[in-house]
Structures are given as C-alpha cells and as structure tokens.
Design a protein around this ligand. Sequence first.
Ligand SMILES: [Cu+2]
Length: 277
Amino acid sequence: MNELQLAPIAASEYAGEVDKLFWVMNALTVVFTIIVMALIAFLAARYRKGTKVDRSNPTTHNTLLEMTWTLPALILGLGVFTWSSRLFADVYQPPKNAREVFVIGKQWMWHAQHSDGTRENNEIHVPVNNPVKLSMISQDVIHAFYVPEFRIQRHVEPGRYTNMWFTPTRVGKYRVYCNIYCGTQHSEMGGWVIVQSREDFEKWQAGGGGRPFYPGGISATTGDLSLAQHGATLFKKYQCASCHVDGPKASAKGASLVGLYKSLRQLADGSKVVADE
Ligand SMILES: [Cu+2]
C-alpha cells in the first residue's frame, strides 16, 4: 500500500460520497484562504505607512461589494450543509434488501451473528456489492464500530440497538476498530470485515461459516439457532403464550404478537411507531 496516501482507500459506496464531500470542502477552504491571504498581503503593502496613496475620503460602505462576498458564501455554506446532512441521515437508513448482521460489542471483542445463525468472532464475512445492515448492541460499556475504508462509524451501546449500513464495493479485508475508549484493552478491540466475491461468500457459507468457540456470554446459549429460532425458544421457556395468545381465543391479558416485528403499532398516547429491533 502507498505509504503517502492521505486517506484509506474507499471500499464502500458511502466512502466515495464522503470523499467527494471532504475534497470539495477542502477545496473551498483552500480557495477562500488564498483569496483572504492575498487581499491581506496586497492591502498591507499598498497602504503601509509612507506609501503615496489617496487616503482622503475613505469608503465606509459598499452594498454591491458586501453582497458579492456574503451571498455566494451563504449559498455555498447552505449547499455544503444540505449535502452533508443528507449523507449523515443516509447512513442510518438501511435499504430494505440489506443483509442483516447482528453485532455484539464486549470488552474486548466483536461478536457477529448472521441471520441464518452463522456466528463469527472479530470477523464479518459479507458479499461484495450487496448492502449490509448492522444491528449492534453492547454487552457492557459503550463501544464504537468503525471501518475507515467504509467511512462509517457508530456507537454501540448497552441496552439499546443502533444501526448502520454499507455497500462494500471492493473485495478485500478491512480493519474494524473500536473507536471509543472502552477499558484497558480498548486498543486491541479490533477485527476484520472480509468482503468476498459472491461465489467465495457462498462457499464460505456452505462450509458452515465461522461458528467459533465462544467462551460464555450472550450467544453461548444460542447454539447454531438463528435469532428468530432463539426468540421462539425463549418465548416457550418463559411461557409468554399464557398471556400473548394468538387467534380467536385471544384474551384481554396480552396482545397477540403475531406479525408484530416491523409492523406499525399505535401507542397509548395515540402516536404510531414501527415495532423494530
Ligand atoms: Cu470497545
């Protein structure tokens, strides 16, 4: 890899968009810095003490000049604001066809589970050119999942799911960093996103994927069940069905949970929310 490169390679669709914004903002900054510096130098030289210039009747106001520098600056500023806030919002709105991967952060490792039940530690295998949605939660303190080549980062918090997504565009291995200080071995809390061609990914999946040994913790109980199957086990174990009955016998004790996930529900105050993760 080129030692002198200014930024890591762009390996996701989002990375390309972030880089465009980054370079445009840099270019604008450089252009305006040059204009201001040149004017300072020119005016300082022209009006320095002792030079023979007309100092009578100095200009105090010039509307045209003021508009010429404030209006374009306002438009450019609002343009950059709109552009960047769109990008910012975009990373939290995964497309419907995204592959979902659940990520658990804990001191000091990343644990991933694919929706088919395949599990991995400190590695996430994904196929190239396919959007991937990460649903993340922490088992202990606040962590942050960061992949520089994808230009994405988000906090991973205990007791609350956070999401983000990316579409990898290049086959390769990309480092995952924990990007918020989370304890003694924070700097060792890393991993890899392994982007494979579709064929290689299918081979990897067919071969059973990761399924690593996992010492203790949340997923030790899940075996090779998918999250939905694991949920069904819990539903039976805690006898949720004694209140949350489905069908004609539905009692007033608890609402039916059939089809709950991703449906629109009305809350007691009348507002409506999607029952998500
Ligand atoms: Cu961490």
